[in-house]
Every structure is written in structure tokens, then in C-alpha cells.
Design a protein around this ligand. Structure first.
Ligand code: HEM
Length: 400
């Protein structure tokens, strides 16, 4: 089986195909996706930092100049929303917005959250265990990051149920070749989410709080350098990023632990190893398998000369299993010492939420491990959701 993001068997276990790709070369043309696949750690790491590549090309070229078709006008609300968020800006706009957002989203902001995150993780884990288990995804993995990011941004509690469906509909567009129905849902969610945030921003402008939206408004008003659209787009990015990857990391991570019971037992006895273990779970089954980049100026990868206008697919899942960088990469090793995984990316787009994600993951794994006496056990083998880029399980049924 080769690289086939639409094949359920590939999504369930892409690692044998990655091994073949790494043997085939440093850049492998995929007729199925129309991209150059980059499977090696050293290349993915270097290309994430290479300014000849971009998440967008629109800061330098029009669609026409770049040989691409403009998206249909009816998809515009999605593209306006997505294109003005931090992740899809390139310099100089990226540097300007990142500086302002980073000012409002400092490591101290995250540190201050720690007690509340740990308390909430403890409550969710406690309730889950008191029920005798259930679906770990909906009961623990999802509510924690959703509540934390909503709290951080200052989304009123009564509105929070709106967020995950909007986020899921928008994230459908990040899969390869989304169909028209996915696009329609993403456009509708983009309009509703933007209108919602525009109204909330207006309210916070009148009555500022101690939340991130109020801090972004202050950055906008004092320095006048963050447009309202950039603010809306960045809030949506934070909400989506805050929801999707952390949820999947938790559930994929537990599935990996259940398949390695001796290591799970060991971790239960040595909770001081938890942060090293969380990083290994992120390497072992990377929740975001692939990120794309446009080639803005010709590059060479190995023997392949890749022209301007082409697209490269950086295979994070493969890079994190590359034997040239990781010893025994297909083995889960919860005490792995040398683990510079690429799960949070690298270069100018390096994940701004990495400290928050680590805090949430540590709290949720820690709470379930500590409270799990008798330990959790798997009820049935889980199934993978459709979707390769954002890769996660449908549910994870466990009992105790
Ligand atoms: C385990 C959880 C997470 C993973 C694996 C993850 C992964 C990533 C990756 C790989 C990128 C870079 C993408 C690229 O280079 O194309 C990124 C960017 C980003 N992430 Fe995360 N993320 C996680 C959680 C979060 C959280 C909780 C937040 C915030 C609340 C967040 C906010 C962001 C933002 C704002 C960016 C864009 C940074 C920029 O473009 O300068 N992420 N994330």
C-alpha cells in the first residue's frame, strides 16, 4: 500500500507507506495529490525554516501569476477568514501580527492558567471514572481544551457549545481536496463565526475584560497595527488550533498507551516522567500528519529541482519516525531522552500554543493516570475518523 490519504487502511497506519517513501527518495512526486512529498526529518526540519517556501503565495504573486485558479467567489468568506489569520500570513505581515498576538499570549498567561487547567482536568477525570468510564474523547479529551481556550479568549460559557461545530466545519477545508459540501459547510461556519466574533469584539471594546480578546483589542487600538479582520481571523485560528490537535493528541496517545501496557504501568508508577512521555506520544502518533507549503522560488531537494508554483507536502508523521534521527523510531519509548520531534513545527510558524498544549496534555494524562485505580482498560479497538491531515480516532471507549 502506498501513500493514499483517502484510503482508510492508510489513515489507520500510514507508517509502512512512509518507510517506503523515505526509501524512494528525498522528494517523491505524488500524482494523487499533485504535490512533492517530503518524508525525511532533516528535509522537513530545514524546509520549515526556508523562506523560499510559503504557506501562501499571495504576498508576492496573484493567483494568475502563480499559475493557480482563484477560488470560486462563493468560497470567499472562508478564504478571507483563513487568509488573515497568523498561520496563513507571511512576512512582513506575519512578523507584525505574531508580535502582537504573542504579547497577548505570553508564557506567563499560560503559567497563570495552570492551576485552573489542573483543577478542570481533575474534575473531568473524576467524573469519568465515577461513571465507570465511557468515551474518553467526548468526556475528557474534548471538554478540557475547548473550555481552556474559550476561557482564555473570554467566550461566555453559554456560547461555548457553538464553537466545536464551527471549528470542525472550518477544519474540513484543511484536508486534501475538500468536496463542495465540505466547502459549503466551511463557508457557512466562517460567516457565522466571524459575525459572532465581530459582535463580541464590539462588546469587549465597550467593556474590556481580563481576556485575550480584550488584550488584542488593546494591541489594535494602541498601536493601530492589527486590523479587525486579522483579529477575527486570529481568534478563530486560536479557537480551532486550541480545539483540534490537543483533542486528537490525547486520544491517539491513550490508544498508544493501551497498546503498550508495560510502559503504561511504568508511567503510572513514575508520574515524574509524564512530560517526557507526553512528548513521546506526540512524536509516536503525530496528530497533524502533514503541512503544505508553496514553492515561491525554485528549490532543490536531493535530485529533484522543484519549480516555483509547485507545492510540497511536509510529512510530519514520517519525519517523526525517521530512523536517521530517532533510534528505533517505530517503538514507543516513554522515557526517550533525545526527542526533537517536529510535531509543533519549526521556523516562523512554530506553534504559538505549544506551552498551552503541553500544559493541557500533562494535566489530562496526569489526572487520568493518578485517578485510575483500578486502571482504565480499553473496551474495544477504536476506529480512525476519515481525514488524514488532522488525524484522530472517532471515539475511545474505556472502562475502569
Ligand atoms: C498538541 C496540540 C498542538 C499541535 C500538535 C500543534 C501543532 C502546530 C503546528 C505544527 C503549527 C505550525 C504549522 C505550520 O508550520 O504550517 C502550529 C501553529 C500554530 N498553533 Fe498549534 N498545535 C497544537 C496546539 C495549539 C494550541 C492549544 C494553540 C492555541 C491555543 C495553538 C495555536 C497555534 C497558532 C496560533 C499557530 C500559528 C503560529 C504562526 O503561524 O505563527 N496550537 N501548531
Amino acid at each position: 500500500m502506498g501513500f493514499d490519504p483517502w484510503d482508510a487502511a492508510f489513515v489507520a497506519d500510514p507508517y509502512p507507506a512512509y518507510r517506503e517513501l523515505r526509501e524512494q527518495g528525498r522528494a517523491v512526486w505524488s500524482p494523487a495529490t499533485g504535490q512533492w512529498l517530503v518524508p525525511h526529518y532533516a528535509d522537513v526540519s530545514a524546509l520549515l525554516r526556508d523562506r523560499r517556501l510559503g504557506r501562501t503565495y499571495l504576498h508576492r504573486f496573484t493567483h494568475e501569476e502563480f499559475g493557480q485558479q482563484a477560488p470560486p467567489p462563493e468560497h470567499e468568506p472562508f478564504h478571507v477568514l483563513n487568509g488573515n489569520g497568523l498561520l496563513d500570513l507571511e512576512d512582513p505581515a506575519h512578523a507584525r501580527v505574531r508580535r502582537l498576538v504573542a504579547k497577548a499570549f505570553t508564557p506567563r498567561t499560560v503559567e497563570r492558567l495552570a492551576p485552573a487547567v489542573e483543577r478542570l482536568a481533575g474534575e473531568l477525570a473524576g467524573a469519568f471514572l465515577a461513571e465507570g468510564g465511557g468515551d474518553l474523547l467526548t468526556a475528557v479529551a474534548e471538554p478540557l481544551p475547548v473550555a481552556v481556550i474559550a476561557e482564555l479568549l473570554g467566550i461566555p460559557e453559554s456560547d461555548r457549545a457553538l464553537l466545536r461545530p464551527w471549528s470542525a466545519d472550518i477544519c474540513g477545508m484543511f484536508e486534501l481536496r475538500p468536496d463542495e459540501e465540505t466547502a459549503r459547510r466551511a463557508v457557512r461556519a466562517s460567516v457565522e463565526f466571524s459575525d459572532y466574533l465581530r459582535a463580541l469584539i464590539a462588546e469587549r471594546r465597550r467593556l474590556p475584560g481580563a481576556d485575550l480578546i480584550s488584550a488584542l483589542i488593546a494591541a489594535h487600538d494602541e498601536e493601530g497595527r492589527l486590523s479587525e479582520q486579522e483579529m477575527i481571523s486570529t481568534c478563530v485560528l486560536l479557537l480551532n488550533a486550541g480545539h483540534e490537535a490537543t483533542v486528537n493528541t490525547t486520544v491517539n496517545g491513550w490508544w498508544a498507551l493501551f497498546r503498550n501496557p508495560a510502559q503504561l504501568d511504568d508511567l503510572r508508577r513514575r508520574p515524574e516522567k509524564l512530560s517526557t512521555a507526553v512528548d513521546e506520544l506526540m512524536r509516536y502518533d503525530t496528530p497533524l500528519q502533514m503541512f503544505e507549503r508553496w514553492v515561491l522560488d525554485e528549490i532543490r531537494i536531493g535530485d529533484s529541482v522543484i519549480p516555483r508554483g509547485a507545492e510540497v507536502a511536509l510529512l510530519f508523521g514520517s519525519a517523526n519516525r525517521d530512523p536517521a534521527r530517532f533510534e528505533n523510531p517505530d517503538a514507543l519509548d516513554l522515557v526517550r531522552a533525545d526527542n526533537p520531534h517536529l510535531t509543533f513545527g519549526a521556523g516562523i510558524h512554530y506553534c504559538l500554543g505549544a506551552p498551552l498544549a503541553r500544559l493541557e496534555l500533562g494535566a489530562s494524562f496526569g489526572a487520568l493516570l493518578a485517578a485510575g485505580v483500578p486502571p482504565l482498560r480499553l473496551v474495544e479497538e477504536p476506529q480512525w475518523r476519515d481525514g488524514y491531515v488532522i488525524r484522530g480516532l472517532r471515539e475511545l471507549l474505556v472502562a475502569c
